[in-house]
Write a protein that binds this ligand. Structure first.
Ligand SMILES: CSC[C@@H](O)[C@@H](O)C(=O)COP(=O)(O)O
Ligand SMILES: [Zn+2]
Length: 216
């Protein structure tokens, strides 16, 4: 099996799992997986499709400039430029983007602060953070209809330890060294978002930490 075929299958399986969680409402979301480092080549989902369906046309091969390598008449994800920035600025091997109610609400709650930090949660270990007081911070950027502008915003907040970026009232973009790690990071983050919002609903004055007290 060729590398492209292998990576295609890996991404298709991840897509199916995320679809099973209902994380692709209204054709939203996109996924990519690196096929080659240098020159950069990655598979990215086709634009505007129902990502809950598995077809032979789900992904397109794209180069380091975001250009489709082989014209199949399909369009690569409108947000390919964001995936491109992730590959340019990190060592990611896979990048996942989903719109969920939880990630949208958290992005809106902490938009002014520009980030959200999670502490005191076992699942923080999913990010490879094993310290007693480990924490994970997710930067939040404004949403822009102009996608090259949005991609630059995302690139601008990526630091060495950044694993994800929240886009305000839009969704989250998460990555990992491979498909397994990217999915692990995404699942852990959505757990943290959901826990955070449930605690706030039960105890409106609850704060995960002083650093996330902006809503109090
Ligand atoms: C109507 S879905 C929202 C889209 O504008 C976009 O944010 C998205 O996530 C999917 O875009 P796509 O071009 O299909 O990859
Ligand atoms: Zn989106």
């Amino acid at each position: 099996m060729s590398v492209v075929a292998r990576k295609w299958q890996e991404l298709a399986e991840i897509k199916e799992e995320l679809a099973g969680r209902d994380w692709f409402p209204g054709t939203s979301g996109n996924l990519s997986i690196k096929v080659n480092d240098d020159p950069l080549l990655f598979l990215v989902s086709a634009s505007g499709k129902d990502k809950r369906k598995r077809t032979m046309e789900d992904f397109l091969l794209v180069d380091g400039e975001g250009r489709v390598v082989e014209d199949t008449g399909l369009k690569a994800s409108a947000e390919t430029c964001i995936h491109l920035e992730v590959y340019r600025n990190t060592t990611a091997g896979c990048c996942l983007h989903v719109h969920t109610v939880d990630n949208n609400v958290v992005s809106e709650l902490y938009a002014e602060q520009g980030f959200v930090t999670f502490r005191n949660q076992e699942l923080i270990k999913a990010f490879g953070i094993w310290e007693e007081d480990g924490e994970i911070t997710v930067p939040i950027v404004e949403n822009f209809a102009d996608l090259p502008t949005l991609a630059k915003e995302v690139a601008g907040v990526i630091e060495t330890n950044t694993k994800a970026v929240l886009i305000r009232n839009h969704g989250v973009t998460v990555w990992g060294k491979d498909g397994f790690e990217a999915k692990k990071h995404l699942e852990a983050l959505e757990f943290l978002f959901s826990y955070h919002l449930k605690m706030l609903m039960l105890q409106p004055r609850w704060t995960a930490s002083p650093a996330t007290a902006a809503h109090a």
